[in-house]
Design a protein around this ligand. Structure first.
Ligand code: ZN
Length: 428
């Protein structure tokens, strides 16, 4: 991998390792050639901008004393050896890819903070009883091929078989995209790591929500990644003439759906703060001004840190919808589209991360459930995981307006160094 011709200007390299440099480097990677587009950030898996970004980060990794490689799934991996060669590793990282018109810090901040951590220890000549491995996952977002977290699945050993050869929007197959990087679809499962090689996984990520900002906190500790249900609901009434059908005789599917949306909102509000219930999509049939709606199709997304909480809320939603459908004489069909289990973070590591955060910030950190999915929930199948959230402005993410405060990131960096040192201290 080449490390030249990267946007690491002399001024960036002159910054000491830490949160400020991580932010500056995220900013440097927010534009072409590290984006497919000139006027927005879009960095899909295995694209030209992905390659340029990996080359650039690999250069920074090498300067920090790491040996770099692209694994069989196209993830960028940098390894900083421990006190003894081939020691098992503490894996730290996040993802390199972005959504279309995304922000500069989603994923990338966690990757570059990990590089900074190694640079920090390399500058002191300090090594641990374990190796530090930094990983930049390739396709967390699923913004190119119709699958997300394929590359963390590969690392976690969850791709037992070769994945399907899917196509991107331009008709390029995953096989061809991998081949362009010298990789092979049939070898993708070889990115799997052995459990004995990976001691734990630590991921730092922007919160992508407004809670830390509202509570005026720089960082938070993630206890679990939420369990998620997604349903498709169909309510059927009777379509009729908007002028001639009396109000008393109507079986209006949209009026029923409207009542359903409000019932779902109310149930979402009635649980613990990490319970969320959303109707985000709604289609009215026939959807014209002079016809009483005969049919409505809508989505329900329910998430909570604890599957039991999610399931109880879902049962309550079902009961409410059945009751109002019966009263309004519309039929109800609810079909399950997606069922993702909750992923608890490792309790001992989470406690250690909380203690590190408390010693840096001087307050007991906020513990929170991640409503969004992350690579950590996949890596949990391989090793114990923990996650640190960093405040982002207005809770905005997947948007060019995504912003962080560099001093928050510096605090998060301090928390991570403290965590790594405690982790080393507590190992037998
Ligand atoms: Zn992300």
């Amino acid at each position: 991998m080449m490390s030249s011709d990267c946007s690491d200007t002399a001024s960036l390299s002159a910054l000491p390792p830490g949160g400020h440099r991580a932010v500056a480097r995220c900013d440097a990677l927010g534009v072409a050639p590290y984006s497919e587009e000139k006027d927005q950030l879009f960095r899909p898996y295995l694209s030209a901008s992905y390659r340029a970004t990996c080359d650039c980060i690999a250069g920074w990794m090498q300067s920090a004393g790491m040996k770099t490689r692209l694994d069989a799934a196209g993830n960028l991996v940098g390894r900083y050896e421990g006190l003894t060669p081939d020691a098992p590793a503490l894996l730290i990282g996040s993802h390199i890819d972005s959504v279309r018109d995304g922000g500069r810090y989603d994923g990338m901040l966690g990757v570059l903070m990990s590089v900074e951590l190694v640079a920090h220890y390399a500058a002191q000549g300090r090594r641990f009883p374990f190796a530090l491995e930094v990983i930049g996952f390739g396709d967390e977002e699923g913004s190119r091929f119709p699958a997300a977290m394929l590359t963390s699945r590969a690392v976690a050993g969850l791709l037992k078989e070769v994945p399907a050869d899917m196509q991107d929007a331009a008709g390029i197959t995953l096989q061809d995209a991998l081949a362009a990087e010298g990789l092979a679809l049939e070898r993708m499962p070889e990115a799997a790591r052995k459990p004995e090689e990976i001691l734990a996984y630590l991921e730092a990520h922007i919160e992508q929500g407004p809670v830390l900002e509202a509570e005026n906190r720089a960082v938070g500790v993630v206890t679990a990644i939420a369990a998620q249900y997604r349903f498709r609901v169909r309510m059927k009434g009777v379509a009729g003439h908007a002028g001639t059908m009396p109000m008393t005789l109507r079986q209006d599917a949209l009026a029923a759906a409207a009542e359903a949306v409000l019932a779902i909102e109310k149930i979402g509000q009635s649980g613990p703060s990490d319970l969320v219930a959303t109707v985000g999509q709604l289609t009215v049939v026939p959807g014209v001004p002079n016809v009483v709606p005969g049919e409505v199709i809508f989505s329900i997304d329910v998430r909570a840190g604890d599957a039991a909480v999610r399931n109880a809320a879902t049962a309550e939603i079902r009961t409410a919808l059945e009751a109002l459908a019966a009263r309004r004489k519309v039929t109800l069909e609810i079909s399950l589209q997606q069922d993702l289990p909750a992923t608890p973070c490792d309790a001992a590591l989470t406690d250690m991360l909380s203690e590190a955060a408390q010693s840096v910030t001087g307050t007991v950190p906020r513990r929170m459930v991640s409503g969004a999915g992350h690579d950590a929930m996949i890596v949990a199948a391989l090793a114990p995981v923990c996650m640190l959230f960093i405040r982002c402005e207005g809770g905005i993410s997947h948007n060019p307006a995504e912003a962080v405060n560099p001093s928050d990131v510096e605090q998060a960096f301090q928390v991570m160094t403290r965590f790594i040192e405690d982790f080393a201290g507590r190992r037998p």
